[in-house]
Design a protein around this ligand. Structure first.
Ligand code: TXA
Ligand code: MG
Length: 318
């Protein structure tokens, strides 16, 4: 069985986690989006143990986390579009896919066979502190087993990995609930155009202020695709029914805005998309534990953060 320890996030414990990373162990840590399952991105064995722990298909590449734009430039080739995006949104919930530098020293597994790397600077003070102390780039997918919804608390991470049969030690750094609650927006800017690979914590409209109209992944043959966008992903066991106006027999209602009946599970009673994003995964997990026949989800507007919320809901309903 995996040896699993949860630590409160004080300086001593962050230092302990930095040492664990340097020793090739796994550390789950808080970011502003979701918890990441981190390993030293330059250590092949450590990166391999991420795939093993998640049971993740090995064609799915990982996001590399760094302290700032200068650190990022040691691993990937920037261009002017990437520079403008980094300036506008880092630290923050934006991952940029850029060409891998030949001398980057990152494990090849991070790119899963591609000649690019997805890289981001997280906006969480504990993630930043951990990166500084560990003094290495940290490869980190969301800290859930493949196919589960992403964790937004340390307890979610512990639940996912508690019954795991694997060698690596896993230390969880508890930084409380994640502020954004949705994974980062992933944009491919490797050839000076901007392609949206995954909607996420930064709304596409905000990005388009910098890039002009985004190319949507899969919209034509030239548009690169993100290997991780399997149509069923982020999935609870309980069936989801979307755009519902009320619950049918056996179902529980997941509200948004003013609900027809009072419900403990409302993504945002005031209809605020940022609040809904922060609540989404935790509420799906809670409702999934309650063994209802189904989860009826009220409609969420398809704009701003609503785009990423609806993307995750559609995947969960597939
Ligand atoms: O907010 C986040 O992005 C979180 C936190 C921990 O940073 N991480 C996360 O990682 O959601 P993950 O592995 O669950 O999702 C990474 C996504 C996948 O869809 C993957 O296919 C895509 O990014 N990706 C990674 N590297 C890529 C690359 N080189 N080219 C295209 N897509 C890439
Ligand atoms: Mg994930």
């Amino acid at each position: 069985m995996i040896s699993l320890t949860t630590l409160s996030a004080d300086n001593g414990n962050i230092e302990r986690c930095a040492k664990a990373l340097a020793a090739g162990e796994l550390v789950a840590f808080p970011t502003e989006t979701v918890y990441g399952l981190g390993a030293d991105a330059t250590n092949d064995n450590a990166v391999a143990s991420i795939f093993a722990a998640k049971n993740r298909p090995d064609f799915n590449p990982l996001i590399v986390h760094v302290t700032d734009r200068e650190a990022a430039a040691r691993f990937v080739e920037f261009n002017s579009m990437a520079d403008r995006l980094a300036k506008a949104f880092w630290p923050g919930a934006l991952s940029l896919v850029l060409p891998r530098r030949a001398d980057c020293g990152l494990s090849l597994l991070v790119s899963a066979g591609l000649d690019s790397v997805a890289i981001r600077v997280p906006a969480h003070p504990m993630a930043h502190d951990l990166l500084e102390r560990a003094d290495c780039p940290i490869a980190a997918p969301s800290a859930n087993r493949s196919g589960e919804v992403s964790p937004t608390t340390a307890a979610h991470v512990a639940q996912s990995f508690a019954r795991l049969d694997a060698d690596p030690a896993l230390t969880i750094l508890d930084g409380g609930p994640c502020r954004v609650g949705l994974e980062s927006t992933v944009i491919d800017v490797s050839n000076e155009t901007a392609t949206l690979l995954r909607p996420g914590g930064i709304p596409p409209e905000a990005i388009e202020h910098i890039t002009g109209p985004l190319i949507r992944a899969g919209s034509n043959d030239q548009a690169p695709k993100s290997p991780g966008m399997l149509s069923r992903h982020y999935a609870p066991r309980t069936p989801l029914r979307l755009n519902a106006d009320s619950a049918q027999k056996g179902e529980v209602l997941l509200g948004f805005g003013v609900a027809p009946v009072s419900t403990d599970f409302n993504l945002s009673p005031s209809g605020d998309l940022a609040e809904a994003a922060a609540n989404l995964f935790a509420m799906l997990r809670k409702l999934d534990e309650q063994n209802h026949a189904g989860i009826a989800v009220m409609p969420v507007p398809d704009e701003g953060l609503g785009l990423a919320i609806n993307d995750r809901l559609q995947r969960a309903a597939t």
